[in-house]
Design a binder for this molecule. Structure first.
Ligand code: CTP
Length: 398
């Protein structure tokens, strides 16, 4: 979202104070905000407090000669990547649904050529009234996006739907909306993450230390860049990234089946630490310590290699990216792995330290063009940089 800009229309509702936090949260993410404060909105927050948060002048008057000289209202409505209305009052919804343009906010909504996201806030009965419902439907048909309202106790003392979505929910909706226009828009990504668990019996399994963090960060970055992203994950304790379709699996064989079912995809990123072997037999009931204390022997058989299988698949993704978790000769092993598994790129990382479970990673990108050493960075940064490289490769994006 860094570098994007939002035009925020603040309507007249008690929830207007939450819009100040919204501006702050957007600023933290490198998004600039210009704000239009309606006359009613100015009853709840002052122009001075809004401009202290946006760091910009506040626009409020359609007929202000000074404002028009600085930035015309048409230009204002198109200057941002997205128009957000928060709080979206019944009045603002009605105006937009009916094409009214009697003030700056409604004129900007009518004149914009950018997506509009509304965060409604109003009394329960108002939200449930026939006219608001009708207006909401009309707006949705016109392509207006909505976030919330949520259920809860309202400032007026009633309970039910009508509470404005929380600032972080609005931020997430903004991220999702902007991603639709991102460099990977229109492409499908398939990502795997986490370990697999190979059962020994109903209470025991073979697994590894993978936390899933790197794979989740990659799925998140691809979705933010606009790709329709499916994440097939082994057992980890991470929540699904916003806008990502998450499917949980347990074993390597389940992961392979889920990946095959998720094809076609334009890009595959195999970040999962798939177990190479599984017990040849998983007992149906718990294996008991025998009375004569004989230690059971577990015979292992090889799991399918998902990366190699999908690289040779009839519906092979255009770009296949594998990982190489190595403890020795990191780059040399990764170069060999790239050839052996038929991947286009291999992200090699040294897992001899505390990479597994940690938040940072130092990787090398092995491609047909050679080896790129990336400096140590957070796993989120690795995800973002990889998503940018994928966009460059598949779309020629800068
Ligand atoms: N991989 C896979 N299926 C497996 C094992 C690994 O798809 N059964 C994928 C991983 O997701 C990763 C790449 O292959 O993208 C390399 O995994 P890694 O564990 O580094 O390599 P191995 O295949 O296990 O090879 P080795 O044990 O020799 O390092």
């Amino acid at each position: 979202m860094r570098g994007k800009s939002v035009l925020l229309i603040i309507g007249g509702g008690i929830a207007a104070y939450k819009s100040l936090e919204l501006v702050r949260r957007l600023a933290e993410r490198g998004v600039t905000t210009r704000a239009i404060l309606t006359k009613a909105g100015a009853e709840f927050v002052t122009p001075l407090s809004v401009s202290a948060f946006t760091g910009e002048k506040i626009y409020s008057d359609l007929f202000s000669l000074t404002d028009e000289a600085q930035m015309g209202h048409i230009q204002l409505s198109r200057s941002a990547d997205l128009v957000v209305v928060a709080p979206a009052t019944a009045d603002l919804m009605a105006k937009m649904a009916n094409g009214l343009a009697g003030d700056l906010a409604s004129t900007a909504l009518l004149a914009t050529d950018k997506p509009v996201l509304m965060a409604p806030a109003m009394n329960v009965r108002m939200w449930q009234s026939a006219s608001v419902r009708r207006n909401r439907e009309t707006l949705a048909k016109d392509g207006v996006l909505f976030v919330g309202p949520g259920n809860g106790e309202m400032a007026c003392g009633e309970y039910g739907p009508g509470r404005m979505a929380e600032p972080l929910e609005i931020v997430a909706a903004i991220e999702q909306t902007l991603a639709v226009q991102g460099p990977l828009a229109g492409l499908r990504a398939l990502v795997t993450a986490g370990p697999t668990r190979e059962p020994v019996d109903p209470v025991r399994f073979l697994a590894n230390h993978s936390s899933g963090k790197q794979g989740y960060a990659i799925a998140d970055a691809l979705a933010r860049a606009g790709a329709e992203t499916t994440l097939i994950s082994g057992p980890v304790s991470l929540a699904a990234p916003q806008g990502v379709k998450l499917q949980r699996v347990t074993t390597a064989r389940e992961m392979l089946a889920a990946c095959e079912a998720a094809l076609p995809a334009d890009v595959l990123v195999m970040a999962a630490a798939v177990a190479d072997w599984r017990p040849d037999f998983a007992a149906n009931s718990k294996i008991k310590k025998s009375t004569d204390r004989v230690v059971p022997l577990i015979k292992l058989v090889e799991n399918p290699d998902i990366l190699a299988t999908l690289s040779a698949h009839a519906a092979r993704p255009k770009l296949v990216v594998g990982f190489a978790a190595e403890t020795d000769d990191v780059v040399a092993n990764a170069v060999a792995k790239r050839g052996r598994k038929g991947a286009d790129w291999i992200i090699a990382n040294d897992v001899s330290g505390d990479v597994m479970g940690g938040d940072r990673n130092r990787v090398h990108l092995v491609s047909e063009a050679g080896v790129e050493d990336w400096p140590e960075m957070t796993k989120n940064e690795v995800g973002a940089r990889l998503a940018a490289r994928i966009a460059q490769k598949l779309k020629g994006a800068a």
